[in-house]
Design a protein around this ligand. Structure first.
Ligand SMILES: [Zn+2]
Length: 528
């Protein structure tokens, strides 16, 4: 028996069924039942009972912890000179029991392997550097003034080196780059007043996380230099490489073995160091004339979160949090009085000056124009035609002749009014959606210069959406903050045609000294 096609379904209606003799009607019903059952089964397909990819699963019905997350294979900071103990199990807090149950690549239920937490396991042998670091240069650090009496310490007869550590730093060359090992020596000196003063490596912000054994200290006393830290962050965030892959890359191409834990620490350090920069960007964002906003699902420790983006012509800010309105206030405060371009999500609706993204409405109209129902199909076609014509007319007419679009507006409104009481639920919903939000849908006609779609924000999220598919999100609030901070700084620098990496390296350098970070390159600075 052949399956009913869309064309077959389109021919059937109430009149047709009523005209049938009982025997025929049963036949038709059986055919329809078969089709309905098949469709019903298909609707219930997901990654667990079919070959569909996990990314196609509905994020709202997904059980928390079903999907888990980038697992650095060894989190112990064994390559870090600051680390004396090698038996640090993990830098990250352990997952809750629900997530642990399903950890590690789809192992579920009975497998004892599935119970393991990420990172180094208790009792596993430690790893450490096999070869000694050979320094190419020694950098001395002398105390300049006496800590007690502020007198100058110029006399070097009593100078004594009291500590030292190696750093690996990347050096850019005219073509290519290399990684150089430096030895830092710190000296102490005595003052005529009798006081001993020591030069000390700088210390900055300490990022804490509940349940973690060792917190993230941003300080100079560390193995990886600022530019190499930035390279590692760029490989992770921009080039979407996992921590083990970065480790492999550094060994293969730069002959620099670093532990996965050190690599992970570098990524978070670069991200957390950018926090003051992003706070400043959020403040600047409130002065924007036009702001694009969008959000997409994100996973933090396997739990559903949302990645928000707010993007203007020269600033992009990302934020990971819930989907509630409070999170929006982290990006757009009440100080913002410009235009908001967004989709139809309810939390955006309270803003007065708003442009609704027409691309979303067009996609809904396209779906309707392929509907089985005749009325829905023709009305969907009509709505689609008018929406597209509206964008086209405004693109051609320019700022002066926006009145050219008025006839199209009138037709669109008429189509919506005709469809708003239709029987077809989706047609009715789309018509009402347009009518209820009419002013926001057509704002770009009355205010030429406004973009009719939210493509800017959607394009800004694309990179992160691909990352989400590869890494399944972040694991901790600190990881989320570091990731969104780095995205914000990289994307803002790109909007301003500035080099994000040199800038992030300078931020890390200052943050390690505990000094305030340099301002992000402005558009004027880049242009000159
Ligand atoms: Zn003194």
């Amino acid at each position: 028996m052949t399956r009913l096609t869309k064309a077959d379904l389109a021919q059937m209606n109430r009149d047709y069924f009523q005209s049938l003799a009982l025997e025929r009607l049963v036949e038709v019903t059986v055919n329809l039942h078969e089709l309905a059952a098949e469709q019903c089964e298909r609707l219930e397909q997901n990654s667990h009972n079919s070959s569909r990819p996990p990314s196609s699963d509905n994020p709202y019905t997904k059980k928390p912890g079903k999907k888990v997350i980038l697992a650095p294979e060894s989190s112990a900071d064994t390559d870090n000179p600051t680390s004396q103990e090698l038996e640090v199990p993990s830098d990250e807090s352990p997952l809750p029991p629900t997530a642990q149950d399903n950890l590690v690549g789809g192992n579920e239920g009975t497998d004892p392997q599935a119970k393991r937490t990420a990172g180094k396991q208790p009792g596993a042998p430690g790893q450490w550097r096999s070869g000694l670091l050979v320094s190419e240069a020694t950098i001395p650090h002398f105390p300049e003034t006496c800590a007690a009496c502020n007198g100058d310490l110029t006399d070097d007869t009593d100078l004594k080196c009291y500590m030292g550590y190696h750093t690996l730093e990347m050096e850019k060359e005219s073509s290519g780059f290399r990684i150089k090992c430096n030895l830092h020596h710190y000296y102490e000196n005595s003052c005529p007043c009798g006081h001993q003063t020591q030069a000390c490596p700088g210390q900055g912000y300490v990022s804490t996380l509940e349940g973690r054994k060792r917190n993230l200290k941003i300080q100079e006393y560390t193995l990886v230099g600022p530019l190499l830290t930035t390279l590692i962050a760029s490989l992770s965030v921009r080039h979407r490489m996992s921590r083990p892959k970065i480790r492999e890359f550094l060994i293969d191409w730069a002959n620099t073995p670093l532990s996965t834990g050190t690599i992970d620490r570098c990524i978070r350090e670069a991200g957390i160091a950018c926090t003051p920069v992003v706070e400043e960007l959020v403040e600047q964002l409130q002065d924007a004339e036009i702001l694009h906003l969008d959000e997409t699902s994100w996973y933090e420790k396997g739990h559903l979160r949302f990645l928000w983006v707010a993007i203007s012509a020269t600033i992009a800010v990302f934020h990971i949090g819930s989907r509630r309105k409070e999170e929006l206030l982290a990006l757009v405060t009440t100080a913002f009085v410009g235009w908001l371009v967004s989709d139809g999500y309810i939390v955006y609706r309270s803003h007065e000056k708003r442009q609704r993204c027409l691309a979303h409405l067009i996609r809904k109209a396209i779906a309707l124009s392929g509907a089985v129902n005749q009325q829905a199909q023709s009305m969907g076609d009509w709505l689609l035609r008018e929406l597209r014509r509206l964008i086209q007319t405004m693109a051609q007419a320019g700022e002066e002749r926006s009145t050219d679009a008025y006839p199209t507006l009138a037709r669109l409104k008429r189509a919506c009014l005709l469809a708003k009481d239709a029987e077809h639920t989706k047609l009715k919903a789309l018509a009402r959606e347009i009518l209820n939000d009419w002013e926001a849908v057509i704002a770009f006609v009355k205010h030429p210069g406004l973009p009719p779609t939210n493509n800017e924000a959607e394009r800004a999220l694309r990179h992160a959406v691909i990352s989400r598919r590869i890494s399944h999100g972040t694991r901790t609030t600190e990881g989320s903050l570091a990731y969104s901070n780095l995205l914000s700084v990289i994307e803002t620098c790109r909007l301003r045609n500035a080099d994000p990496w040199q800038y992030i390296a300078s931020v890390v350098k200052q943050a390690r000294k505990g000094l305030s970070v340099p301002p992000i390159p402005s558009v004027e600075q880049v242009a000159s």
